[in-house]
Design a protein around this ligand. Structure first.
Ligand code: HEC
Length: 152
């Protein structure tokens, strides 16, 4: 094998390796972890709303408290430029986020408000919790519809 061919092989190997490194972007991992904490807590409430789990006031309150607090995590270092789904692998964050940051933040603030309303009533019985659950689910979906790529 000539020296040039060895170099060429190395360059190809490097090109294949770099997308895997992009997957390990710490800001992307952190924001996905944040969303996993959302769903870990919100999912328990959803289970109660859908009757898959019995309503438990203490658990509902804890889950809503957790959701409230995670939605207060400062977002400013979680969405650096160049971490959209067109630029790197391993993220479902659409480039449109960075073109419409004001709207994206507005949608995040809407979730914070919905989570606050949910926290206020989550321990007050299934009906009260369900009434505040719907708008919170709506706040998740309103953002995903516009700014998150489909799975897969
Ligand atoms: C303001 C926008 C916005 C709101 C509000 C929002 N999400 Fe997301 N969500 C996103 C984006 C963007 C991604 C893709 C992040 C990535 O892959 O880098 C995402 C990803 C996720 C993921 C996948 C995480 C992973 O491991 O890849 C889950 C689960 C999720 N969101 C759940 C929720 C739930 C539950 C709520 C409401 C309680 C919510 N999200 C509210 C924008 C939002």
């Amino acid at each position: 094998m000539t020296f040039t061919r060895i170099l060429g092989t190395f360059a190809l190997g490097a090109a294949l390796a770099f997308p895997a490194l992009a997957d390990e972007n710490p800001a992307v991992a952190a924001r996905q972890g944040q969303f996993q904490l959302f769903v870990h807590n919100f999912g328990a409430l959803g289970g109660m709303v859908q009757g898959r789990m019995e309503y438990d006031a203490a658990l509902a309150q804890t889950a809503a408290d957790n959701l409230f607090h995670v939605t207060r995590h400062d977002q400013s270092r979680l969405w650096p430029d160049g971490t959209d789904s067109m630029s790197i692998d391993g993220t479902r964050a659409k480039p449109e986020i960075w073109d419409n940051l004001d709207d994206f933040v507005t949608k995040f603030v809407a979730l914070q408000q919905a989570a606050e309303n949910l926290q206020a009533v989550a321990g007050d019985g299934l009906d009260a919790m369900r009434a505040a659950f719907g708008p919170t689910a709506g706040a998740c979906q309103a953002c995903h519809q516009v700014y998150r790529e489909e799975a897969g």
